[in-house]
Design a protein around this ligand. Structure first.
Ligand SMILES: NC(=O)C1=CN([C@@H]2O[C@H](COP(=O)(O)OP(=O)(O)OC[C@H]3O[C@@H](n4cnc5c(N)ncnc54)[C@H](O)[C@@H]3O)[C@@H](O)[C@H]2O)C=CC1
Ligand SMILES: O=Cc1ccc(S(=O)(=O)O)cc1
Length: 489
């Protein structure tokens, strides 16, 4: 497995200003040293990206050529998927079953944007003046600061790098200080793919000396951020310095609504996947089960039986279904929110404790919140394996409970009633609604939220446009001299 990690700045690998230990969440012990970028490294990375943006080696190549570089990166990523998956699993604790299949699929995101690179068209305007031709071209926006959290970081980078590079931007990618190894390893593939120096730079470091320096840097034009709402507020404040365009992909408190007429086996499995896959550390975690009252007891009993059969184990074992949390901080946060929720009237159905083993394991947990619908665990994101259960008695009540948090990222609806399904799609406030399925993703499908879940949309063809700006060109076609200079044409 890769065990040496460096920053990647201006086409070269370097050790950083200092190093910090990265922890293996399955043991709680440091497993590798990571290079820390501070202001000097960040400033050099942004300067390299700025220079590369206009350098003929990048600005002078065709869009098709940019697509070929992205396609090459996709091939390299696919080949390296097993090795990168091992690194991600070691550094984040995410189970190898998910990392290995997810990384192979991420190659498809780069392929998708490779194909789009030379399809970013401008348009001709049927202008309302006889002696004028007017058209709009699309140009790359400039230097992008891509800031990602530790979870699914190769995926969250792909939905930024893919469209940004297809559009012709250059990028400084900041990996989280929690588990940066997979992105630093990924930088080797960027290098091998042959992107000119400075087009992609990969750094990691802490909030004040790295993240804040990058997001407030005067040479940054666009900040593509994924993370928590609290950090997002810092990002928006930082962008007051550079007035960069900002996109925010934030947390969620996504409901899964199960009606009595649903395919219950499917809904139980989707709920299991929604909250216990990746040990609940997913922005789209289906952390609120809203179930029709008449089937609540039967549904929860079937769910509980499946939860009790989950195979907890070491994340690098293909048989493991449930691994540790990524950080000790996360473990403490979940313990505190669960304890508070119990005092607020939530009732423990299962879990609610650390597991008695090394590493940051927290048991799959279900809390009945039907008597405490405003408990903390119902309203705030935990980013862990904690499901709150509540009931509804009517479609209207289901909608109002689904929409009651400040988030609006995703929702799942399980029903066999087609007309109701259409009504719910319209009524639920979230950027994604999964009907009779959950946590499905594709490069072709846009993704993002409302409210506290942010306002960006990543994935899909239109994402490329976020990394471009328009230029309107006017051409006067008359051969006669321009007339009255004191009036607008
Ligand atoms: N909507 C989406 O697509 C997704 C959202 N998320 C959200 O991410 C969060 C979990 O990740 P965390 O690592 O806890 O997020 P976080 O917000 O703590 O960190 C995210 C990134 O921001 C950086 N950062 C921290 N302070 C900064 C500052 N002052 N200036 C600039 N950068 C700064 C961090 O170093 C890291 O790289 C959850 O809320 C989760 O829901 C996670 C995955 C996908
Ligand atoms: O479709 C977008 C999407 C889905 C899942 C995740 S996570 O990695 O599970 O947080 C992120 C984005």
């Amino acid at each position: 497995m890769i065990s040496e990690f460096e920053l990647y700045i201006d086409g070269k690998f370097e050790p950083g200003a200092a190093t910090f230990g990265s922890i293996d969440p399955a043991t709680g012990a440091v497993w590798a040293q990571m290079p820390e970028a501070r202001s000097d490294e960040v400033n050099r990375a942004v300067a390299a990206a700025r220079r590369a943006f206009t350098d003929p080696a990048w600005a002078g190549i065709s869009a098709s050529q940019r697509g070929k570089l992205l396609a090459r990166l996709a091939d390299l990523l696919e080949d390296a998927a097993p090795e990168l998956a091992a690194v991600e699993t070691r550094d984040t604790g995410k189970i190898i079953r998910e990392t290995s299949s997810q990384i192979a699929y991420i190659a498809e995101y780069y392929r998708y944007y490779a194909g789009i690179a030379d399809k970013i068209d401008g348009r001709h305007v049927a202008i309302d003046k006889a002696d004028m031709q007017t058209w709009i071209t699309r140009e790359p926006l400039g230097v992008v600061a891509a800031i990602v959290p530790w979870n699914s970081q190769l995926f969250l980078s792909a939905v930024k790098l893919g469209p940004a590079l297809a559009a012709g931007c250059t990028v400084v990618l900041k990996a989280s200080e929690d588990a940066p190894a997979p992105l630093l390893a990924f930088a080797r593939l960027v290098h091998e793919a042959g992107f000119p120096p400075g087009v992609v730079n990969v750094v990691t470091g802490f909030a004040a000396e790295c993240g804040a320096v990058l997001s407030s840097h005067p040479q940054v034009d666009h900040i593509a951020f994924t993370g928590g709402p609290a950090t997002a507020r810092h990002i928006v404040n930082n962008s007051a310095h550079n007035l960069a365009k900002v996109s925010l992909e934030l947390g969620g408190k996504s409901p899964i609504l199960v009606f009595a007429d649903a395919d219950i086996d499917s809904a139980v499995n989707a709920q299991l996947a929604g909250i216990f896959a990746a040990s609940g550390q997913s922005c789209v975690a289906g952390s609120r089960l809203l179930v029709e009252e008449s089937i609540k007891d039967a549904f929860v009993a079937r769910l509980l039986a499946k939860v009790q059969a989950i195979r907890v184990g070491l994340p690098d074992d293909m048989a493991t279904e449930f691994g540790p949390l990524c950080t000790a901080r996360q473990l403490t946060h979940i313990e505190q929110v669960v304890a508070t929720s119990l005092t607020q009237g939530a009732r423990l159905i299962t879990g609610g404790r650390r597991l008695d083993r090394a590493g940051y394991y927290y048991a799959p947990t279900i809390l009945d919140c039907s008597a405490a619908p405003d408990a903390e665990c119902v309203l705030t994101e935990l980013f862990g394996p904690v499901l709150s259960v509540d009931v509804f008695r009517s479609e209207q009540e289901a909608i109002s409970k689904a929409n009651k948090t400040a988030y609006g990222l995703a929702a799942g609806v399980f029903t066999s009633n087609l007309t109701r399904a259409h009504r719910l799609v319209k009524a639920i406030k979230s950027g994604v609604v999964w009907m009779n399925t959950y946590r499905a993703i594709s490069p072709l499908a846009p993704f993002g939220g409302f409210g506290l879940s942010g306002h960006g949309r990543e994935g899909g063809a239109d994402a490329v446009l976020d990394y471009t700006t328009t230029k309107t060109v006017w051409l006067r076609t008359a051969d006669t001299p321009i007339g009255d200079p004191f009036m607008m044409r």
